[in-house]
Ligand binder design. Sequence first.
Ligand code: C5P
Length: 258
Amino acid sequence: MPLPASATPQTPVPAHGEQAARAGSRARAPGRCWALVPCAGLGERAGAALPKQYADVAGEPMLRHTLRALAALPQLQGTLVVLSPHDEHFEARVPQHAFDRRWLARVGGATRAASVAAGLAALRERGAEDLDWVLVHDAARCLLQPAWVQRLIDAVADDAVGGLLALPVADTVKCEEGSARVEQTIPRDRLWLAQTPQMFRLALLQRALAQAGAQVTDEASAVEALGLRPLLVPGAWENLKITWPADFALAERLLATR
Ligand code: C5P
């Protein structure tokens, strides 16, 4: 999918950037890759009886689909799953023997950003270092395909800032005034929808999240707040985040066609 010219990402050298960013627009520092799956949400919008990441899609908990896709990428050192300290479902829904190189940290917080920040600290305890890449992926994007992750890694591996899978907006975008009546139409030609994985170096992401606070809804927005411009890498429409009750049936239909 070609990038719209107007949305072609730039990677400026930041005044206060990390070591890799200061090295120029294309950094060459090596780095290992780790995956981090925040899995401490309740997912109440999905209307499931248990947290949505444990609800079945095509006969299997959503989280198992997600972890299987990540386990298929040999270049990942491993996948850290961040659970709520109160989680009572993981062991029953994802058996011990399932998926190599998979670890748990019961350090989830009140927001996604807090869960990711705590997970990054846990990754350091497992040996991750400043310049290692971390691919943060929503548990609820369970249709993930290894080829999309590979595309992200290939596009970002030499980048000074990092990047994310995303989709150019196809529909006309409306902003409501607060009561489901249109206040304005927003030009869509430079708009993208952020997906995951989002791939950033560990030290940069820790600093970004520490400064951005707990309310950011993805890693890229925390990095943007440092004045950096993450790379937009074309994702896939099928990489949807299961959010609403109807999404389960859609995901099952899509899985049935694979
Ligand atoms: O709620 P939403 O779908 O935006 O959550 C995205 C991801 O963040 C999910 O995988 C969810 O489990 C995770 N999350 C988390 N800790 C929270 C809230 C959400 O790990 N407090």
